[in-house]
Design a protein around this ligand. Structure first.
Ligand SMILES: [Zn+2]
Length: 466
């Protein structure tokens, strides 16, 4: 007898070319049946009128003390996510958040290499970079992240970092930007030139096309052209109109380069006063935790929070044009494959976990098929992370399942390895599983959370030498 049968839903699976009304069976945490029969099961869920897809994988989110916060896990679970990559750290705070407030999700973490935190300055030596990378991996990180747009290094340090990670087969994600160029098209040109054809992961490609350097259409065209000419570069795109950054100021100037450029691009003073004005005008919104979920505060409440906490609060600016979001979500290359293969939210604890909400809108619109949505919302990132048993409904695959309402475009229920995580819109799971490398397995074990070990070095060696 099966443990669980999800009956009569519209089952879509990119890998197995499926999109039809089927029954999906689970046994011992794995996919055990897919067909039109009704095998006996200990539990049956009626899913007629609902969409049944491989668990949503968010390829870029935030859940650390610095950005996102530990509400992130609940917020992602509620949004139908089952697996995610945390793209900044600090690692320890993500792990602690999972232990305390986790929602059962499978999480890989990239440790930030941040001047002033684990790197001495903006132009660290090769030895210092290598030490920081190895320390990150041995602490349980899946890889490392350069938050160039927020906390930059020099172009030369960035170039050396890419070389070091490439030579050591370390997963490296970069938010474009350096001490010379910002988080925009100039930063994209710069980082691609610095890589000299070496592979790396370029975070949230749509976020560099905001029309701040050239007219928006020209920026999109040039970025698309750069991606087509550099298939070694992996990226993702998100669908939310808002970003997420910090309002923290030092000597009255916002610390984050992204915050500074968001103010500048819309004519605000690059100062604490400018942030307050942007919040008052509704161009920026302050994050406020309500009942364990991060929301966007009203302007009045936001200003109150900023003043009470001396500006040390996350804020979101409405800076992402619809055109670049739509373009990178849907555009295909001449060979019919997608220019960008996966969705992210850059959300987590930033209230913009809209893969289902806005992604299914693209399906309704006819810009993506439901199978293509599954590719971008699950399968591709599972492959990229080396989680081969996720992202599809083949027999024996992990029973990571998202059941969604196609009308409200919200998650109804989710399962991870057959265990309920979201039940009728309520988060019911705790803790979580950390995806780590062989170097970090001991650290994760000592921390006391279950792990899934991926041999990232071999994975990248195979992918890059193909
Ligand atoms: Zn991010």
């Amino acid at each position: 007898m099966l443990d669980l049968l999800i009956k009569g839903g519209r089952v879509a699976d990119w890998k197995n070319h499926t999109d039809r009304i089927l029954n999906l069976g689970v046994q011992d945490g794995r996919i055990a049946y897919l067909g039109t029969d009704v095998p006996a099961a200990a539990r049956i869920i009626e899913a007629s009128g609902l969409i049944v897809i491989p668990g949503v994988i968010d390829s870029h989110m935030h859940a650390s003390s610095w950005l996102g916060g530990s509400s992130a896990f609940r917020m992602m679970a509620k949004a139908g996510v089952t697996t995610a990559m945390e793209m900044a750290g600090p690692l320890e705070t993500v792990f602690e958040g999972m232990k305390r407030e986790g929602a059962g999700l499978t999480i890989a973490v990239l440790q930030q290499l941040k001047p002033g935190l684990n790197i001495s300055g903006t132009d660290p030596s090769d030895d210092e970079l290598k030490r920081a990378i190895q320390e990150s991996l041995e602490s349980g990180a899946y890889g490392v992240k350069l938050l160039g747009g927020h906390y930059p290094m020099t172009p030369d340090a960035m170039k050396r970092l890419i070389r070091i990670c490439c030579d050591s087969y370390t997963f490296l994600a970069i938010h474009a930007g350096s001490t010379e160029h910002g988080s925009n098209l100039e930063g994209v040109r710069e980082v691609i030139a610095a890589a000299e054809g070496r592979p790396f992961h370029l975070a949230h490609i749509n976020a560099y096309c905001r029309g701040n350097v050239e007219p928006l259409e020209d920026e999109i065209r040039e970025t698309a052209d750069l991606l087509s000419r550099h298939p070694e570069i992996e990226t993702e795109s998100y669908l939310s109109p808002i970003n997420g950054c910090s309002a923290k100021c030092r000597d009255d100037v916002p610390e984050s380069g992204v915050t500074r450029s968001c103010l500048k691009s819309h004519g605000y003073d690059v100062s604490a006063e400018g942030i307050l004005k942007a919040v008052a005008d509704g161009y920026a919104a302050v994050h406020e935790v309500v009942d364990g979920f991060v929301t966007l505060a009203s302007p009045e409440k936001g200003i109150e929070i900023l003043k009470a906490r001396g500006m040390d609060v996350p804020v979101s600016f409405k800076v992402n044009p619809a055109l670049s979001r739509f373009y990178f979500a849907t555009q295909k290359k001449q060979d019919g494959t997608f220019l960008v293969n996966s969705f992210c939210t850059d959300g987590g604890g930033i209230p913009r976990n809209v893969i289902l909400k806005n992604g299914l809108l693209l399906v309704d619109f006819g810009a993506l098929t439901l199978q293509e949505f599954v590719l971008k919302s699950s399968y591709e990132t599972a492959c990229r992370l080396g989680l081969t048993s996720k992202g599809h409904f083949s027999a024996g695959a992990d029973a990571d399942i998202t059941i969604a309402d196609p009308v409200s475009r919200e998650a109804v229920s989710t399962f991870i390895s057959g265990q309920p995580v979201l039940e009728e819109g309520k988060v019911v799971a705790r803790g979580g599983t950390i995806v780590t490398t062989p170097d970090g397995a001991d650290a994760v074990r000592r921390f006391g959370l279950p792990s899934r070990v991926v041999d990232v070095r071999t994975l990248l060696k195979t992918r890059w030498n193909r």
